[in-house]
Write a new protein. Structure first.
Length: 382
């Protein structure tokens, strides 16, 4: 009974006593979230159009999509910053749409850091605990633990202005998790950072999630960020969730042309269907090249769009079985990768990415070569 009350108090954002805090174990931290037919309108514009999504306790799920797709709207509805116009949001089975933001007990990390400039790092991190009226000893201990976890202990006495952007973002994350909330919401928290720092903090956030066990809902428009960090990705477009799956599934087996084109670089080839054998489909390009590709549920009709990722295409100096000729139109050296564009004899352009190896020279524009890919390297879009 005591554990049930403590968990309910954390969910609703009520003050938690040290005694209640001690009975919470890591496997009970993350909350399950159920989003049911949620609608949000701004006049005639529908920002969230009957969105439904189940998030498992302790899951790291990313809302990924272009600007205007509805991902931040959905996060704001979950946080309580906006009111829903239809549907329901439940946390551990309890509806929260009528619970004020400060009573939901969620941790929040914003793109802008939102630190108090006149407070030290330790004071910023401890602020939620002081607002929750936690006792001084518990607050000091938890702040110290969290600063250590985020590698900020030596900066405890500094003001935000004395720190780099990456350090300030780590302070913002520390403040969001110091209460060990059951849900942490992150709204594009890394978009203001440079690439190297962003990649470093991605790893830190992923490791942090595995340590504290909170359910994390992360919003981004950066595909690599979503693929690197998530247990699952919900791809959004025009107020809808168009696919929810693990990162490898989203990348290798997208369900639509939109997902294939938005997540990663893609070669989308329009083909004619010439045969079917279970999940394998035989296809012909406009230039007459015949190849096989895998399909989730078979193909309806006599036409299909096939996805071949740039890194799945092999280069050959001359013809090999199942290859086709192509002409180099662009070749760039990217360090660890070569980025090569070719045009097929039927006029279709394909992008190829291959690792840089000592024996391979960057092919000059106009070079004739052959390319190929295997049946398992291509995917028929539904």
């Amino acid at each position: 009974m005591a554990e049930t009350m403590a968990r309910r108090e954390m969910r609703l954002g009520k003050p938690v006593t040290a005694a209640a805090e001690t009975i919470r174990s890591p496997d009970t931290i993350g909350a399950g979230i159920a989003i049911r037919d949620v609608v949000k309108k701004y006049g005639a514009f529908v920002a969230a159009d009957r969105i439904s999504l189940d998030i498992e306790p302790g899951e790291f799920i990313t809302l990924l999509g272009p600007s205007g797709s509805g991902k931040t709207t959905l996060l704001n509805l979950l946080a309580g910053f906006q009111t829903i116009d239809g549907g329901q949001i439940l946390v551990d089975g309890a509806p929260i749409q009528n619970v004020p933001t400060h009573r939901r007990g969620f941790g929040m990390v914003f793109q802008s850091y939102a630190l108090f400039p006149n407070m030290t790092v330790a004071q910023n991190v401890g602020f939620p605990m002081r607002m929750a009226r936690m006792d001084r000893a518990t607050t000091d201990r938890r702040v110290a633990e969290t600063l250590e976890m985020m590698r900020l202990s030596e900066h405890a006495a500094k003001l935000p202005a004395q720190m780099s952007g990456g350090q300030q973002q780590r302070v913002a994350i520390a403040r969001a998790i110091v209460m060990r909330p059951r849900v942490v919401l992150m709204d594009e928290p890394l978009s203001a950072l440079d690439r190297r720092l962003r990649e470093s903090i991605q790893i830190e956030i992923r490791d942090l999630h595995q340590t504290i066990g909170s359910t994390i809902l992360f919003v981004t428009h950066d595909q690599s960020e979503a693929l690197t960090m998530s247990d699952r990705i919900a791809v959004m477009d025009a107020g809808h969730i168009v696919q929810v799956a693990r990162p490898a599934e989203i990348y290798r087996r997208p369900q639509s042309r939109f997902v294939a084109g938005f997540v990663g670089e893609s070669n989308l080839i329009d083909t004619q269907v010439v045969g079917r054998n279970g999940r394998m489909v035989t296809l012909r390009t406009p230039g007459g090249h015949i190849f096989e590709a895998e399909s989730r549920n078979g193909v309806q009709g006599d036409k299909a769009t096939v996805l071949v990722r740039p890194e799945r295409i092999a280069l050959h100096d001359g013809p090999v079985p199942c290859s086709l000729p192509a002409t180099v139109t662009s070749a760039l050296f990217l360090g660890e990768l070569l980025r090569i564009e070719v045009v097929l004899d039927d006029g279709q352009t394909l992008l190829i990415r291959c690792p840089d190896i000592a024996a391979r020279d960057l092919p000059p524009v106009g070079t004739r070569l052959h390319i190929s890919w295997g049946a398992g390297e291509s995917w028929v879009l539904s």
